[in-house]
Design a protein around this ligand. Structure first.
Ligand code: NAD
Length: 255
């Protein structure tokens, strides 16, 4: 379905991003992996994707730095499918929220979405085809206490998604946001520890009472489910879906 297309998935060295890269590779897309982490694990992920019969390169650009994003786009092939997935989290009350954490979350979770889209668009516009999928969050549609920077950034991503969808509506390009509920990945493992401190609860209590309290299925969403939704948004059947959000949240935002 996606043979001959090149997909950049930001933050694809682990978690949701890696599952999306694998899902797009299974449809024949060549893959650009990006993200941080252990070199051996990244090479294992890269060669595993190449084993699916597509080209796969890794670029370790730090997406908090717009100059590094620009340099990455100078190195990689022109991008047909952009999945803006890289993200970080920090949990603290507003009055205690460290300025550097606020700035880092806005830089990666929001501004990098703008910078990568800006640099991917010229090729998509020239070809008259493109897909931008932004991995936002249920926190792009609703809020939780102690996550001000993350909630602000993800709401910003949803607004950016609508705007880019409108700007490209007649150009063969779609732009949508996927809004997952809780998925058990390294970013969530980190939050379990933070929430244990903030609420004075043990691990099981945090998972049951805090994290899955608002997820009516009472199950974590899987990385494969988020990947399948992303692949669908890149398929011909999704050509008229643009400027909107798809929730993959076990019913969270229905509450
Ligand atoms: P993760 O921690 O497993 O993955 C985050 C990825 O971002 C990693 O590849 C990491 O190396 C990369 N990254 C971090 N800092 C970076 C930087 N400066 N430059 C480039 N890459 C960087 O987390 P995940 O759960 O897979 O999250 C992926 C996305 O999904 C995030 O945007 C997150 O907000 C969103 N999301 C996650 C959940 C969840 O419950 N896990 C729910 C909703 C939305």
């Amino acid at each position: 379905m996606l043979k001959g297309k090149t997909a950049l998935i930001t933050g694809s060295t682990s978690g949701i991003g890696l599952a999306i890269a694998q899902g797009l590779a299974d449809q024949g897309a060549n893959i650009v992996l990006n993200g941080l982490g252990d070199a051996g694990a990244i090479e294992a992920a890269r060669s595993g994707i190449e084993g699916r019969g597509v080209k796969c390169v890794y670029d370790g650009a730090n997406l908090m730095d717009p100059a590094a994003i620009q340099a990455m786009f100078g190195r990689i092939d022109p991008i047909d499918i952009l999945v803006n997935n890289a993200g970080i989290q920090h949990v603290a009350a507003v009055q205690d929220f460290p300025d550097d954490k606020w700035n880092a979350i806005i830089a990666l979770n929001l501004s990098a979405v703008f910078h990568c889209s800006k640099l991917a668009l010229p090729n998509m516009l020239a070809k008259g085809w493109g897909r931008v999928v932004n991995i936002a969050s249920a926190h792009g549609l609703s809020a939780s206490p102690y996550k001000s920077a993350y909630v602000a950034a993800k709401h910003g991503v949803v607004g950016f998604t609508k705007t880019l969808g409108l700007e490209t509506a007649e150009k063969g390009i779609t732009c949508n946001a996927v809004c997952p509920g809780y998925v058990l990945t390294p970013i969530v493992e980190g939050q379990i520890g933070d929430q244990m401190k903030v609420h004075g609860k043990n691990r099981d209590e945090v998972i049951r009472d805090i994290m899955l309290a608002r997820q009516p299925t009472k199950k974590f969403v899987t990385v494969e489910e988020v990947a399948a939704t992303t692949v669908f948004l890149c398929s011909p059947g999704a050509a008229s879906i643009t400027g909107t959000t798809i929730s993959v949240d076990g019913g969270w935002t229905a509450l």
